[in-house]
Design a protein around this ligand. Sequence first.
Ligand code: NAD
Ligand code: DAU
Length: 379
Amino acid sequence: MVSLREKGLASSLGRSLLVTGGAGFIGANFVHYWLGHHPQDRVVVLDALTYAGNMASLGGCLEQDNFRFVHGDIGDQDLVETLLAEEGLDTVVNFAAESHVDRSIHGPDPFVTTNVVGTHSLLKAAKKVWLDGGSGRPHRFHHVSTDEVYGSLAPEEPSFTETSPYAPNSPYSASKAASDHLVRAYHHTYGLEVSTSNCSNNYGPYQFPEKLIPLIILNILEAKQLPIYGDGLNIRDWLYVEDHCRGIDLVLRKGRAGEVYNIGGNNEWPNIEIVRLVCALVDERLGASEPLRQRFPRSPFCLGRTAESLITFVKDRPGHDRRYAINAGKSRNELGYAPLESFETGIRKTIDWYLASEAWWRAVMNGSYRTWLEMHYAS
Ligand code: NAD
Ligand code: DAU
């Protein structure tokens, strides 16, 4: 077992990151990405393990010497200050958030608590340790935000740039917009070295199955309805999650403090077309594999029907934004950013990951990963 001091020594060779929300969908993908691409760096994850946080998504990291998991809240300023100071951390990457629009409509309070007040608490801790403490240590506070802060686009409107006006429409996007403004203010007022990235819809491994793509995949396997809100013609701009991680990596290494960078895949799809594509690909996989048919005997394919037969148009989401589209030109020109995954390959990889990861999603859906946590890890 390597001691904390030795770990600190190792980290002095590279960066030391505090990744908040690192047990969530994008945060966990980012931790895997970062440890894989920057093995000399140290990563400390701070996560409150809400319904969306899952230690099983960090499997493989927990045993690494340059990784530590801390179960806690970004709103706990004392805890964050202690971590920043004692671990000698020089970088915060803030993924921690309440992230689901539908939940924000039914219950906005936790969105304000975590996304606004929690982010502000993190900023205060970073300012205190990095600026007021006079350590003079180079630092970066990176805030992960969303294209939803820019509001909704009409069909003919150009995609969002970093100078598009903020016009959030849901309690979720309003809370993210508020946090973006606080991050900006801490740079302009106090000189905190911040950056913000606004990204479009992500998809890929470890996404909680309340979001459209994993929900559709798993509902097909379980022969449940595929709910399409409204007319199904709302448009989202989809990016494979690893390409988002790659974009954040570039912002951290090459991005200028005080700047905002849009990250996206130039990949707009109406919801109904995404759902039809996923239906066709899952049917194709089941058609090609007897073992899969045995594992998912209730799926429509096994009963001589198509997955599309499960599509059900339902009442629209209140205030449903019609279209998002990201212009990532600034990231491309300034940072050399370009997504590596095509949608064709990314969506197949994602479906294959869910087909291969039944233990993960069953545990996520019934909450039993918490038992797994108690059995395997004590924070
Ligand atoms: P997620 O809901 O899957 O994960 C959020 C994580 O934050 C969970 O692990 C949860 O336990 C943790 N968390 C929540 N409240 C916390 C608190 N108070 N303290 C510490 N940890 C807390 O979210 P995601 O989809 O991975 O999104 C991550 C970030 O990226 C969010 O800020 C979101 O706004 C942003 N974003 C998401 C997308 C997307 O398509 N999912 C796109 C653009 C931006
Ligand atoms: O654009 C980035 C945002 O993308 C992130 O900031 C959010 O955290 C993330 O949740 C996501 O928000 P969306 O609302 O776009 O994602 P969601 O997967 O919930 O829905 C995608 C689209 O599909 C949206 O138009 C609503 C629709 N939908 C969703 C669900 C869950 C359905 O038609 N049926 C459904 O059951």
